[in-house]
Design a binder for this molecule. Structure first.
Ligand code: NAD
Length: 497
């Protein structure tokens, strides 16, 4: 029997009006495990209309009642996150412990949003002018769209929807068509937590669904995460339609290893950040910049840690799972071929991996490439796979120039024992998120996540106070009470007294 993955609207599954679907696969076996509905424009409008209809009542629901639903959702998620992790592994391929890590990081945003009454407090100035008070309030936008990538089917949507819902908006989530089931599981959990019908909705689909979210006047904002060309398109199209848009794009993250660094710690970090989740993380390290005479030692230490990694089915005892689709696996492998042809040295070759998994799985082992130079495609392009390139430079300044010349600016890291060098780096590097002896510096929920340059289009980063501001509009109110003498007729510009 075909497993059909449908839309979710008004707290119920909605099959949609079209028979168009896309296959969903288990990357560890290569099997097609489901067919996800692809929305037509009419389907997208049905979902958006439901979210619009639910907005006035949810906006007017007290903060006390809204937070009760959030706390309940957090409790259910915490109890049952193992189920969600298994769903993620079955469609994405990452190992279950990594999937659980993703859910836990998303849960932290739910926990942040549980504090929304405090976060939504406005300012109040008594007697700004004589017997005149001035204060500010923040109100929800209405229907907000969230469009997410395949690599974090739970965490990335959770960067946005807990805060959007807590602040009184209604949500239409358009997940990646590659791993869409997590979003339905989350939708059912919201219903169980008592969220009213129409507040959280899922629209399955591709460009047709995205385009309707970008142009439908009932949708007031769009939060997008995905590759840079689509992020740029989403930003340009959504803002041209008058919407508030935050569009997070791709990455090419560098780690700089200074000569005084602890090389064992740095080598561990390069393996974890280069090959965790098969390199399919927007904060993965893909370029390791070795400064000065340490390169040979560092490469040897990374290779020694990479060779024993267990590659296999994410539900088994594996360190790293398969890639998300066959097409993506083949594309990543072609970059290794190109690096080899360009003269780089393949130190550990993932193309020859023997995995513990299905013969038809989308396997590619961790690959370490040395002697990479900035002109090679293995360096210039976002590969989004388990490929770690080592670029050798002589000085800190050369390392910094490489990073600052790169079009992306999502994350970066420096490994050193010199506090002054680290402080200089955090000041000089043109990147949004920086790790100091920390390879994947994903900010906590109460800070905001976002890159610079081609890694983010728009003004707001995800979650933290940026999230609260993005999902609300501000009003400033000037009021006068209890003063019968308001000064009479005066056509001059109001002045404070
Ligand atoms: P993608 O850009 O292919 O897809 C992202 C979303 O856009 C999906 O929902 C998809 O259905 C939709 N989409 C795809 N093509 C479209 C089109 N032509 N028109 C309209 N919508 C379209 O990205 P992906 O392959 O799912 O995810 C990987 C990418 O996401 C990588 O580039 C990675 O760096 C990036 N990413 C960035 C961050 C970040 O925080 N900056 C986080 C996670 C992933």
């Amino acid at each position: 029997m075909t497993n059909t993955i449908s839309h979710w609207v008004n707290n119920k599954e909605f099959a949609g009006t079209s028979s168009a679907t896309a296959p969903v696969t288990n990357p560890a076996t290569g099997e097609t495990t489901g067919q996800v509905a692809l929305a037509t424009v009419a389907d997208a409008q049905t979902v958006i209309d439901a979210a619009a209809a639910a907005f006035p009542a949810w906006r007017d629901t007290s903060l006390a009642k809204r937070t009760q639903v959030l706390f309940k959702f957090r409790e259910l998620l915490n109890e049952r996150k193992g189920e969600l992790a298994e769903i993620i592994t079955a469609e994405h391929g990452k190992v279950v412990s990594d999937a659980l890590g993703e859910v836990s990081r998303g849960q932290e945003v739910v926990e942040f949003a549980c504090g929304i009454p405090h976060l939504l407090k406005g300012g109040f100035t008594e007697n700004a002018s004589t017997k005149v008070d001035v204060y500010s309030i923040r109100q929800p936008l209405g229907v907000v769209g969230v469009i997410s990538p395949f690599n974090f089917p739970a965490m990335v949507p959770m960067w946005f929807f807990p805060i959007a819902i807590a602040t009184g908006n209604t949500v239409v989530l358009k997940p990646s068509e590659k791993d869409p089931t997590a979003s339905l599981w989350i939708a059912k959990l919201w219903a169980e937590a008592g969220l009213p019908a129409g507040v959280f909705n899922v629209l399955q689909g591709d460009k047709t669904a995205v385009d309707e979210l970008l142009t439908n006047p009932k949708v007031k904002s769009v939060s997008f995460v995905g590759s840079t060309p689509i992020a740029q398109y989403v930003y340009a199209t959504g803002t041209a339609a008058g919407k508030r848009v935050q569009a997070l794009g791709g990455a090419k993250n560098h780690a700089v290893i200074l000569p005084d660094a602890d090389l064992d710690l740095a080598a561990d970090a390069m393996v974890n950040a280069g090959f965790g989740s098969a390199g399919e993380r927007c904060m993965a390290i893909s370029a390791c910049v070795a400064v000065g005479p340490i390169a040979d030692d560092l490469v040897a230490k990374i290779a020694e840690r990479t060779t024993p990694l267990k590659i296999g089915d994410g539900t088994q005892d594996s360190d790293m799972g398969p890639l998300v689709t066959k097409a993506h696996r083949d594309k990543v492998a072609s970059y290794i071929d190109a690096g080899e042809n360009d003269g780089a040295k393949i130190v550990v070759d993932g193309r020859t991996v023997i995995p513990n998994g299905g013969a038809e799985g989308f396997w590619l082992g961790p690959t370490l490439i040395d002697q990479v130079t900035p002109e090679m495609s293995v360096y210039t392009d976002e590969i989004f796979g388990p490929v770690l390139s080592v670029v050798r430079v002589e000085t800190y300044d050369e390392a910094l120039d490489l990073i600052n010349a790169n079009p992306y600016g999502n994350g970066t890291a420096i490994f050193t024992n010199d506090g002054g060098a680290a402080r200089r780096f955090q000041n000089e590097v043109q990147v949004g998120m920086i790790g100091i002896n920390v390879p994947i510096p994903v900010p906590m929920a109460y800070y905001s996540f976002g890159g610079w340059k081609a890694s983010l289009f728009g003004d707001s980063h995800a979650h933290g106070m940026d999230g609260v501001q993005f999902f609300t509009r501000q009003k400033a109110i000037t009021s006068r009470w209890l003063d019968p003498s308001h000064g009479g007729i005066n056509l001059g510009f109001p002045q404070n007294a």
